[in-house]
Design a protein around this ligand. Structure first.
Ligand code: ZN
Ligand code: ZN
Length: 478
């Protein structure tokens, strides 16, 4: 199941706390209702600050008090909603009984787990390694910048629209303007530091005419949104062959990119390496190379390397020596000039498992040493590095950003580093053991016969149905 994740914590004087779009699609009912109430609490807080003390800062105590007050309020239309806000709206329900149950549940859950309010974390100034996270843009793209600032990110990713719907309402021009202004204010270079993630539905390798059109329309819409926002990079999953010849599938992707480049002005289309095998495109560097080979405007195509996907696809980056080998292979096969971004994730699954399961930094099979090595690769300076790790509490990403930044210039034998690495590793030990056991079991089951056809088929249908529920994609839900 995709994990519900919550974006940055509240910054006292700033915009609302945001909730990533992915939680909308994946939350249980109860979680969804809790979210709605939290939305309201934030809006009530805004109302109070706007009416009583414009531009004033709000203390943590006051925020918590507001949340409690809000929870007791009956949902009613009087609470103004902003455009683009989630449409999971309990106030539209006409079932009073259900409403009161929901309110009770919400009250109980809020009492048990009061929303954590953490102060905003300052961005580290002067960093050449630009670490950030995939933040939410709910209620307006400009909020992504606030969310990134709140966790101290020097780069960030976002979805440009719902990642699970083919059609989304057009972006408001006022939001685009606000985004561009917020970029300037926060000193983000939207051409280089912001890496939107494409919809999961898009498979540019699709051979069916109608479905290919649908995928392309969604893709080009994303690219046009990028350009309206002044964003220079757009990251997407290459797709699936759907069981058809690989070379033809790769050529279809390149043809779509060529067309898209003609219909847009500057945004660079960035292919992401993938964890999966079989029909999934992009688990090996040769796929990426072959797509790029057919792209006419080489300045408009790039690659984003996801550390979890690399490892799951069999590229061992856990030590300096193995990292160097993998990157040398990348340089030789694809070319370092195409590397424009990274996704920083540890892996819940072992090397070569082909499973896309993100883990928190240092807790998974990669371990902190892998990230120490990476954070000291000077060739990666200036590239956006985006965390897509599980986030259970709001401070997780803020802490992970600072942790990664602390690794720059740290030697592998540094005593503090070794303690940190061991602590994080111990945290994930049980989960890793279980994952290893599961892999072994799977290997034994698989051994007598080749890969089951059924598994492949499900993956194909997932793409065709516009549903990425195949296991390989589970944790790439940011
Ligand atoms: Zn992933
Ligand atoms: Zn991705």
């Amino acid at each position: 199941m995709p994990r519900p994740q919550r974006a940055a914590a509240a910054k006292a004087k700033s915009k609302p706390i945001d909730f990533p779009e992915s939680s909308e699609a994946s939350s249980s009912d109860e979680a969804a209702k809790t979210k709605v109430v939290e939305h309201k609490s934030v809006q009530v807080r805004e109302t109070i600050t706007a009416k009583e003390k414009p531009n004033s800062s709000v203390t943590v105590t006051k925020l918590e008090k507001t949340v409690k007050t809000t929870v007791k309020l009956k949902p009613k239309a009087g609470v103004k909603r902003k455009a683009g806000e989630d449409n999971d709206n309990d106030s539209n329900s006409d079932n009073e009984g259900q409403k009161s149950t929901i309110q009770k549940k919400v009250r109980a859950s809020t009492k048990k787990n009061p929303p954590t309010m953490i102060p905003a974390v300052a961005r580290t100034v002067g960093m050449k390694m630009l670490v950030g996270a995939h933040v939410s843009m709910a209620k307006g793209v400009q909020n992504a910048i606030t969310n990134s600032n709140n966790i101290g990110g020097n780069a960030f990713a976002l979805f440009l629209k719902s990642q699970r719907k083919w059609a989304s309402p057009d972006m408001k021009e006022s939001d685009a303007v606000a985004f561009r202004e917020a970029c300037k204010e926060s000193r983000f270079d939207p051409k280089r530091h912001i890496l939107p993630h494409g919809s999961y539905l898009i498979n540019l390798a699709q051979s069916d005419k109608e479905k290919a059109k649908q995928a392309y329309d969604c893709f080009i819409d994303d690219l046009k949104r990028c350009e309206r926002l002044g964003i220079g990079l757009y990251n997407f999953h290459p797709g699936s062959t759907l069981g058809l010849p690989r070379s033809e599938a790769l050529a279809r992707i390149a043809a779509h990119l060529n067309r898209a480049h003609k219909e847009t002005r500057f945004v660079k289309t960035v292919l992401e390496n993938m964890a999966g095998q079989g029909n999934i495109i992009g688990a090996n560097f040769e796929d990426l190379r072959d797509i790029i080979a057919d792209v006419m405007d080489k300045d408009r195509v790039g690659v984003c390397l996801d550390t979890c996907h690399l490892f799951a696809a069999g590229h061992d980056i856990r030590t300096q020596a193995s990292y160097d080998t993998v990157m040398a292979n990348f340089d030789r096969i694809v070319g370092r000039e195409y590397l424009v971004a990274l996704h920083l994730n540890d892996s819940k699954a072992p090397l070569g498992s082909n499973r896309d399961l993100h883990q928190n930094i240092g807790v998974g099979f990669l371990g902190l040493e892998a990230f120490r090595v990476l954070m000291n690769d000077k060739k990666l300076e200036g590239l956006p590095m985006v965390l897509e790790t599980p986030m259970k509490v709001e401070s997780t990403w803020a802490e992970e950003i600072k942790l990664l930044e602390s690794l720059v210039g740290t030697p592998g034998n540094d005593p503090d580093f070794l303690v940190k690495a061991a602590k994080l590793s111990a945290k994930g030990e049980e989960e890793r053991k279980a994952a290893e056991a599961a892999e072994k079991k799977k290997a034994i089951k698989k051994a007598p016969k080749p890969r089951k056809k059924g598994g492949k088929k499900q993956s194909e249908e997932s793409w065709e149905d516009g549903n990425t529920e195949d296991e390989a994609e589970h944790s790439c839900e940011h």
